[in-house]
Design a binder for this molecule. Structure first.
Ligand code: NAD
Length: 348
């Protein structure tokens, strides 16, 4: 027997997500996601917020990232395993779900590995557009792994970046990133040191994966006036930016209770001042106030960005073929007769 419509939940597979990205166009999708994220950040106070629920192991972390605006509930399952790459596996994989708060019924289930790269890049670029020095054209991209092309292209689409300077400890990663960015209109320079990569850059992105207190940017590397987009330090014991730089700059974060545990600021005193980025968007807090100021986005990735991305996908797939109806929910004829529903399998 076929399940009824009540049993079916739209499911966006990786293949469908890739088709959707091509259909919308990557730049338009990054801009669209940034718009949804900005809209949700502007109504920040209407969300249930909690630091993500993290299960740590020696190899990595598995996290659940839930939030709700009272009408819709969303969560993402995501891992972070830096050693995976050497085994031919992704460092980060994810899937996520939106549900209707009124009934508790899921309304969307989707892959989120691609979508996380897009939403992370869209958030970075939205923040850079707001905080980076005006007229910034050049970004250093340190860490040329899975996120790096998305980061570069979002900075191009949203923050006006025209030049990227790549560096990775693994030259093969830099070569891969440079090849993928060929033909995108970005001027790409492959560098052999982090110092070379940051030459002339107004935006410094660190997006490395190492479960360690790494120092990708040392104090003497960073001059006045730059914007730092620190993506890779997103877990306890995993950092990228020297504490001295953090102390010289003004730090902007997503949700302080989560960033204090996971971000680069875990290296600072627990009461070190930070600004919540959503307040800059609403005008409640100042962003960049001088040419000399170092602005630092200590990104860890917050549930509201995933919620925005899930909302965006739900809206985009409506009326398209970019999903399967998934038989996810039981739908007995009589809601109390779940047992009786078992008979349907016999009939079939
Ligand atoms: P990845 O494993 O695909 O790539 C990481 C790259 O960093 C690799 O190419 C590696 O060679 C390079 N690297 C490691 N140490 C380095 C160093 N000292 N200097 C230069 N390069 C170095 O990982 P990914 O999917 O691109 O993710 C990168 C990081 O971003 C991870 O730590 C991940 O957890 C984090 N991340 C953060 C967010 C967020 O919202 N803040 C979202 C997604 C991923």
């Amino acid at each position: 027997m076929q399940p009824s419509d009540k049993a079916l939940v739209p499911f966006v597979s990786v293949d469908h997500m890739m088709q959707l990205i091509h259909h919308v166009g990557l730049s338009d999708m990054l801009r669209g996601l940034a718009g949804y994220i900005a809209d949700d950040f502007a109504r920040w106070e209407s969300f249930d917020k909690t630091p993500r629920v993290a299960s740590h192991s020696a190899e990595g972390v598995i996290e659940l990232m839930p939030t709700s605006d009272g009408e819709t509930y969303g969560f993402k399952y995501v891992n972070g395993h830096p050693k995976n790459m050497s085994e031919g596996l992704q460092t980060v994989t994810a899937f996520g779900l939106l549900a209707d708060v009124g009934t508790g019924y899921p309304v969307l289930l989707t892959e989120m590995t691609m979508l996380t790269a897009l939403r992370t890049a869209a958030t970075s670029a939205l923040v850079a557009k707001t905080l980076a020095p005006k007229g910034a054209t050049t970004m250093a991209m340190i860490g040329n792994g899975a996120q790096s092309e998305f980061q570069s292209l979002a900075m191009q689409a949203i923050a006006g970046i025209t030049h990227v300077r790549l560096y990775d400890i693994d030259p093969a990663a830099t070569a891969k990133c440079a090849a993928n960015l060929a033909g995108t209109g970005l001027h790409v320079t492959a560098c052999t040191t982090a110092e070379a990569a940051i030459e002339g850059a107004q935006i410094l992105t660190t997006c490395t994966a190492d479960k360690a207190y790494a120092t990708i940017l040392t104090d003497n590397m960073v001059g006045a006036g730059v914007h730092i987009n620190a993506i890779g330090g997103d877990c306890p014991g995993k950092t990228e930016v020297a504490p001295a730089i953090l102390r010289r700059g003004d730090i902007f974060v997503e949700y302080p209770p989560q960033t204090r545990i996971e971000g680069d600021i875990q290296q600072l005193a627990p009461d070190h001042p930070v600004t919540e980025f959503w307040q800059v968007l609403t005008g409640a807090a100042a962003g960049r106030t001088s040419d000399k100021q170092i602005t630092i986005f200590d990104s860890v990735g917050f549930a509201i960005e995933d919620f925005s991305a899930l909302r965006y996908v739900r809206d985009q797939i409506e009326g398209t073929a970019f999903y399967h109806p998934l038989d996810l929910l039981a739908d007995p004829n009589d809601p109390r007769d779940l047992f009786g529903m078992l008979g349907r399998a016999k009939e079939a």
